[in-house]
Design a protein around this ligand. Sequence first.
Ligand code: UT7
Length: 331
Amino acid sequence: MRTKWEAKIAGTGHYVPEKVLTNSDLEKIVDTSDEWIRSMTGMVERRVASKDQASSDLAYEASIKAMEMAGVKGKDIGMVICGTVTPDHMFPTTACILQNKIGARGCPAFDMSAGCTGFIYGADIARQYVENGIADNILVVGVETLTKIINWKDRNTCVLFGDGAGAAIISRTQSTDISKIIDSEIMADGAFGDLLIMEAGGSRMPASEETVRENLHTIQMQGNKVFKHAVKSMALVCEKVLKRNNMDSHSIDWVVPHQANVRIIDSLAKRLKVDKDKVIINIEKYGNTSASTIPIAIDEAIRANKIRKGDIVLMTAFGAGLTYGAYLVRI
Ligand code: UT7
């Protein structure tokens, strides 16, 4: 579909909490080892939010940096989208709390619960609103405080996740601007929802003494089943987006994949026939920060002058739902 306007990523920012939790620290909590975690996931350490830090606090720090890079103020923001499965509260949304913190008023603000694909889902929606001329600047954030919903007795999950926030400003631009969002696609397979779930706390299983006792307010995951879907679904959506733009792996300068497991990233790169040195990986520093992994990775790479203006970047994620998506941009 031809649209009236072009959209681009005008600024990015990220924030991670100070506290570091290493693999060696985890060895003291559960029956695991630094060697197992490194070889099975690629993770070495992750960040942990403090007791008084909620998701909106992390999101605010990342958003301010993205707004500075884009040269926009709160009053210029036309929509706030917050990809998160660890909101401050069930309601109001973290996006509404964030809107108030950044000094935006009146614009729509909503959370996007799409698991680790939350940022890509939000960025896809932002692109539509900007391209259709409805908003000029949209703040899209991926933010998680997953360490607050972890069962620290479950070695299958507690070693994997960390906290952090990444943000992007999606803005209207001229057709003469080299930077633009080329295409994007979001998808889901609801039949696999039970593979990655927090069972209690919603209307299906309201909070009770029993749900707390049985740790049902924490992440439950069938890791190896999710693993298989991850590679397949990200490859499928990436190939779909590349094909309809007459592009292939040679057209891309960088792939920024969701950072869930370095073995998933390697398999994806192989499937897409992309050299490993074109793949942005920072999983060793932050673990899996769900919706935040992609905006954190892209912001780090832009600020390190690794990803430069004009580079073609393919972002892709998968997560609870199961959801998946791809986002193709020229920076
Ligand atoms: O962000 C989206 C959602 N998350 C993901 O994408 C995660 C996707 N899944 C994965 O990354 C991998 O499935 C894991 C890293 C979670 C696990 O790797 P795996 O190759 O699927 O291993 P497994 O679950 O089949 O477990 C292999 C063994 C088991 O022992 P036995 O039954 O073979 O004796 C586990 O009990 O590894 C054991 N194990 C551990 N050992 C030491 C599981 N967790 C640990 C641990 N330390 N932390």
